[in-house]
Design a protein around this ligand. Structure first.
Ligand code: PMV
Length: 364
């Protein structure tokens, strides 16, 4: 119920205020059907679905004190892995300003945020999903601390809504195992405004599905996601892309329900390559994979053909490869990865991850 998220009444009555701290851990996610293209206030042009990860996560600690200046915006000190990061701080400050219609009490607060990632900095692993969902968790938890539980909305739905405003894909990180974001006729509860949980629609084989993230390059992104999304506004293939994303989702959902790995794998690989095909054919265009990306994909396909083991790749908008496979096959796939794929990777940066249980509140 997004309308109920906005409230002018949520202001702090100073004599009642006691400083407090909230802490959360929130995971990254990997999209199976990709979100690529947006409109309005961060609304998606097609529905997407992702696995929630476990090992790749952000931890956030946010302390809240009453501030003494009369400036009408939240006051922020932001530290990433113990260091002041002016660029991150600027981005978060402008996000906080933009959500003060949802959290008016922020204007009265001095926030000190300490954030860190479980994965190495500059590893080419997208961190916005974990970091922005962690921030949204901290904000919604602070609101809950100050004003109590809002019975009109579920906590995680609101967290997902707020995460979306910070970074679209972040809204899918807040549920265990898998989440769907964007309205789809295939799922009545779906919405463009927030992600919904889809654990009940999954065959148990996916509950602990593996996602090994092979870090092939640690270069900064050639194009920001925002710039990438905006290329879709004038992309010659946009209409077809949005139709195909809906079609892929419609075929993927029953495959996820049945545990049909073959259909799932075909759709997931098609989505990854389509995302890159869109970047290759946009104006300006971008080549976001590296020779090692293609080498790894070819080896994965050959391994699958030779052994019959179901292991599939997907890609984000970058060169790194995610390998998806059932945990029952982990022994064989992990030794294939170690022997044949890790030599293509940046040493020490790859992550053997799997579907996880979603965010976790930490003791402050
Ligand atoms: O959340 P953003 O704006 O960083 O967009 C991310 C888009 C992809 O990662 C490429 C695909 C997805 O659905 O996660």
């Amino acid at each position: 119920m997004p309308n109920s998220y906005f409230s002018k009444d949520k202001v702090i009555h100073s004599p009642d205020f006691t400083p407090f701290t909230v802490s959360w851990k929130s995971p990254s996610n990997i999209a199976l059907v990709k979100y690529w293209g947006k409109h309005g206030r961060q609304l998606p042009t097609n529905p997407s679905i992702s696995f929630t990860l476990s090992e790749a996560h952000t931890t956030i600690e946010m302390s809240c004190e009453l501030k003494d200046d009369s400036e009408n915006q939240p006051s922020l000190n932001f530290f990433f892995e113990g260091e002041k990061k002016p660029n991150f701080e600027k981005r978060i400050q402008s996000f906080l300003n933009s959500v003060s219609d949802i959290f008016p009490f922020l204007r009265q607060l001095q926030l000190n945020i300490h954030s860190s990632n479980s994965f190495p900095h500059s590893s080419g692993i997208a961190s916005s999903a974990s970091s922005m969902s962690a921030l949204a968790l901290a904000l919604c938890d602070a609101e809950k601390n100050l004003f109590g539980e809002d019975e009109r909305s579920s906590f995680f739905q609101k967290v997902s809504y707020v995460s979306r405003l910070a970074s679209g894909s972040a809204c899918r990180s807040v549920y265990p195992v898998a989440a769907l974001w964007g309205f789809s006729r295939e799922l009545n509860s779906s919405s463009d405004e927030y992600a919904v949980p889809v654990l009940d629609h999954l065959h148990p084989v996916f509950h602990n599905f593996k996602d090994t993230i092979l870090v092939l390059s640690d270069q900064a992104k050639a194009v920001s996601s925002s710039a990438g999304h905006s290329l879709m506004e004038v992309h010659p293939f946009a209409k077809t892309r949005f139709e195909l994303a809906n079609k892929n989702l419609a075929q993927l959902l029953p495959a996820l329900k049945k545990g049909d790995l073959e259909t799932m794998g075909k759709i997931v690989e098609n989505e990854a390559l389509m995302l890159h095909a869109l970047m290759l054919t946009s104006n300006p265009n971008y080549i976001l994979f590296e020779p090692a990306t293609i080498a790894v994909i070819k080896k994965v396909r050959a391994f699958r053909a030779d052994t019959g083991i179901p292991v599939w790749f997907t890609l984000d908008a970058g060169p790194n490869v995610h390998l998806l496979y059932p945990s029952e096959e982990a022994l064989k796939v992990d030794s294939f990865i170690e022997d044949q794929l890790l030599p293509h990777c940046i040493p020490g940066k790859s992550i053997f991850d799997s579907c996880g249980q979603g965010p976790e509140k930490l003791n402050s």
